[in-house]
Design a protein around this ligand. Structure first.
Ligand SMILES: Nc1ncnc2c1ncn2[C@@H]1O[C@H](COP(=O)(O)OP(=O)(O)OP(=O)(O)O)[C@@H](O)[C@H]1O
Ligand SMILES: [Mg+2]
Length: 391
């Protein structure tokens, strides 16, 4: 399979341009060259994998790097190598913050630049190949660009949103090659860290200073990795003040940026219907409404449904019921439920006090690795559910 990288060289100075073309790019066919003035117009069409950006004289480098990253919607964010002729710490710090991967001071670091370029070419090529191959053979690797946003909601507390969203996200990661991010939007109290056994003082509140120009580096710098599955997590600040400082529009920006980078963005929501919850539900491709098979859950759902109506939120074809804590002696069964709630039931998860509490007490997730003989019932049910989604 031919997966040549597309390279974009942005350079206003003839001398450096010629040197890079002759010494770095001589064996590459797929190269486009732009001046810094042309980039904005051309970047969408070119959709490069690797950008070599030589500092322009007009100080527009930070803005252009941000622009390139923002415009990468629909394709993978390119790797940007920044080249400059003068060593200026503040400039270099700013371009890295804006999203450049690396910088080189010419002519002293020309050699290192060439070596790095070759390495990056290989890494990007391998990534593209593996994504295309898995997509062709298993269909499990989804196309980059517009990941699916799935939120877990319910108007009633304590029904299992946090347990199920974290297990669902971790299982997706175990069972596929997809890039998965779990976001905890219970900004005051958090929760997902409990079920995944994570301790961290990083949180999504750390993204605030860069929220208007969010790129992949920013998100990966603030996210935690669940070490067993490599699931990425944006944790809650667990702090009322920090929670308040996150504005409603930040939430929308965050989700839009995340869906460009990840194949699945899973969001654990609080019960409270405020502007942030509303924004997430509006952005979601799929809403899993979690409930138990009992009358209080049905009653609360009916209130929520009426509220959606009043708020003018259209959830047609986007909302499904997830039945949790299923037991033999439940008041109702899934069929009875349909009489009250005419929505598809995505799955039914059994109650397993022993399995869940055992894991929580040990401070570990319900699942430890891909192939495991004995896993708690809840993890088993979630695995079945996730596998059927990936088919
Ligand atoms: N299928 C299940 N089997 C056993 N225990 C469960 C199951 N689902 C949830 N629980 C337990 O129920 C409690 C509530 O779950 P969880 O915190 O996930 O709910 P929530 O809807 O996120 O609640 P909150 O409103 O507090 O955010 C937890 O102690 C969890 O371990
Ligand atoms: Mg919760």
């Amino acid at each position: 399979m031919s997966v040549d990288n597309k390279i974009l060289l942005i350079c206003d100075q003839e001398e450096i341009r010629n040197r890079i073309i002759q010494e770095t790019l001589q064996s590459n066919d797929n190269v486009e060259i732009n001046s810094s003035k042309e980039v904005k117009k051309e970047i969408g069409r070119i959709a490069p994998d690797v950008v070599i950006f030589v500092a322009p004289n007009n100080g527009s480098e930070v803005e252009l790097i941000q622009y390139i990253n923002n415009e990468s919607q629909g394709f993978r964010t390119p790797v940007i190598l920044f080249v400059t002729e003068e060593e200026n710490f503040l400039q270099l710090r700013d371009v890295i913050r804006a999203g450049a991967s690396d910088f080189f001071v010419f002519p002293d670091e020309f050699h290192q630049f060439n070596e790095r370029f070759e390495k990056i070419q290989q890494v990007v090529k391998n990534q593209k190949e593996s994504v295309e191959e898995t997509a062709a053979t298993s269909g499990k690797a989804l196309k980059r660009g517009r990941g699916q946003v799935i939120s877990f909601y319910s108007g009633k507390g304590g029904v299992g949103r946090t347990l199920l969203s974290s297990t669902f996200a971790q299982t997706l990661k175990f069972e596929s090659t997809a890039e998965v991010l779990l976001i905890d939007l219970n900004l005051q109290f958090g929760g997902v860290e409990t079920f995944l056994g994570i301790e961290s003082n990083r949180s999504l509140a750390d993204l605030k200073p860069v929220i208007n120009e969010l790129n992949e580096n920013h998100i990966r710098n603030v996210s935690e990795k669940e070490p067993l599955s490599k699931l990425e997590l944006l944790l809650s600040p667990q702090d009322a003040e920090a929670a308040e400082s996150i504005l409603d529009e930040h939430v929308t920006q965050l989700i839009r940026s995340c869906r460009r980078i990840f194949d699945f963005v899973i969001i654990d929501l609080p019960t409270e219907m405020n502007a942030k919850t509303y924004a997430v539900l509006e952005e979601s491709d799929l809403i899993y409404y979690v409930m138990k098979l009992d009358t209080p859950s049905i009653r609360v759902y009916q209130h929520v449904d009426a509220l959606f109506d009043r708020l003018g939120m259209d959830t047609t074809d986007r909302i499904q019921i997830v039945i949790n804590e299923k037991e033999r002696n439940n008041e109702l069964n899934a069929k009875d439920l349909q009489e009250f709630i005419p929505l598809p039931v995505a799955t039914e998860i059994r109650r397993d006090m022993k399995g869940v509490q055992g894991a929580v007490n040990k401070g570990v997730p319900l699942r430890q690795k891909v192939r495991e003989r004995k896993i708690p019932l809840v993890a088993k049910d979630v695995r079945k559910w996730v596998s059927s989604k990936l088919k």
